[in-house]
Design a protein around this ligand. Sequence first.
Ligand SMILES: [Zn+2]
Ligand SMILES: [Zn+2]
Ligand SMILES: [Zn+2]
Length: 269
Amino acid sequence: MLKPFMFFLLTLIALFPLSVRLPAQAKEDAASAYAKCAHCRKEGFVSARAKNGAGKLMPLCYECASLPRCSFCQMPADVDSGGGDRLCRECAADTIKENAEAEKVMKDVRQVLSTKFKMTSKHKITYGLGSRRDLNLEADGEHNELGWFDPKIIRNKPQYTIRILTGLPRDVFRSVGAHELAHDWMDETLPHLMDKPEIREGFAEFVAWLFSEAEGNKRMMEYTESRTDEVYGGGFRKVRAMMGDAKTAAEWKSILLKEFPLKGKKSGN
Ligand SMILES: [Zn+2]
Ligand SMILES: [Zn+2]
Ligand SMILES: [Zn+2]
C-alpha cells in the first residue's frame, strides 16, 4: 500500500546550485587585464572572470571575486531569492515569487510543451510555490530540490500538484516546470515507468533539455548536460540516446514502450 506513495518522493528534481561547477576556463582567462568590475563597477585589475546567466564571462575585481556566488550563475550574489537561494542582481531582476504568476507561467510552459512536442495530459494540475525548506521536507537531504510533482489519491480521486521553488529566475523556473510536467505526462501515459528512477528522471531531464533548447535557454541545457549523478545525468544520457531525433510525445511513447513493454512491469525493482 505504501508503494504508490513512495514514488512521488522520488520524483523530486535535484539541482545543485549551478555555481558549484565553476569551469577551469574562468580561472584561465582571469588575471592580468585591467577593466571595470562587472559587480562593483570600479576600474582595476581583473582578479577573475565569472559567467553570467547568459553565459558571458564578466570581469571581477579582487574584492568581488571573493563574494558568495549566485546559485544560478557564477556572478557575486547579494540578493535573497526568498526561497533559500542567493542571487546575483541580474538573475534577481526577473524571478517568480507569487503563486498567481507561477500558475500563469506553468500554464504557458504546458502550452509550449503541447505545441512543440504534442506532449499533453488530461490531468487537472494545481500549481504552487514552496521554499527550499518546504521542498526538502520529504527529501533525502542530499539534494536541493527545485521542483516537485506530487500525484495523490484523495477519496478515490486523483489529485495532481506541482510545486516549484519560490524566487527562481524565470528561465530556470520554466525549465524546472517542463521537467515536472514531463513527470505528469509519464504518470498518465506510461505509469509503469514511474518506479524506474533512471528512466523517470532521465526522461524528465530530456524533456526539460529539449524545452530549454526550444527556448534558447543555454544555461539550463548546459546544466542538464553537465550532471554527473547516475539518476539525473546518467538517466538523461540514456534516454537521449534512446530517443535519437524523436521530437514528439507519440514517438517517445512508442520508443519507451518498445524498450519497456507493459507486461514487464510485474518484475519490479
Ligand atoms: Zn524529477
Ligand atoms: Zn568589484
Ligand atoms: Zn546569477
